[in-house]
Design a protein. Sequence first.
Length: 178
Amino acid sequence: MTIAHTYLQVVQKRFNNVKEQGDKALAQLEEAQLHWAYNEESNSIAVIVKHVSGNMISRWTDFLTTDGEKSTRNRDDEFMDSLHTKEAMLVAWEKGWQVFLDALASLTESDLQRYVTIRGQQLAVIDAIERQMAHYAQHVGQIIYIAKQVKGSAWQTLSIPKGQSQAFTESMLDKQQR
């Protein structure tokens, strides 16, 4: 197995995990909570979802052959809260992730040696992937942080609950020894 093959497997797994974390956070929220923003300069979860979806569709449609900043993209509009229902927001979320994950899954080992263009700037394919990893993970982290704020004590943790790290570690070690 080559390092390129391993890399493609690892990034697909990591991105799927990022999406899963976002899915679990979004599932806990009521429609009104999706539109809450701390202040006028902050983005709501619905706006973040709209932006991430727009970015994914622009960057990953014809990823290897066209500039990642498509002329059809209206980035400024992505920051307008116009996904008025949870259903519409989830449709946008799923559409963006589908375009992205399909494009990522279609990459071959030799594609990792190619270059793509984003806003006229040439980037190695690996650099473009890593750039998006940072971008999407950052925004999913924002979604989770906002969701925790609006849910308060009703929030269901997506990771190891506070005060249970030692027990979790011991459980993982026990599983490995079996």
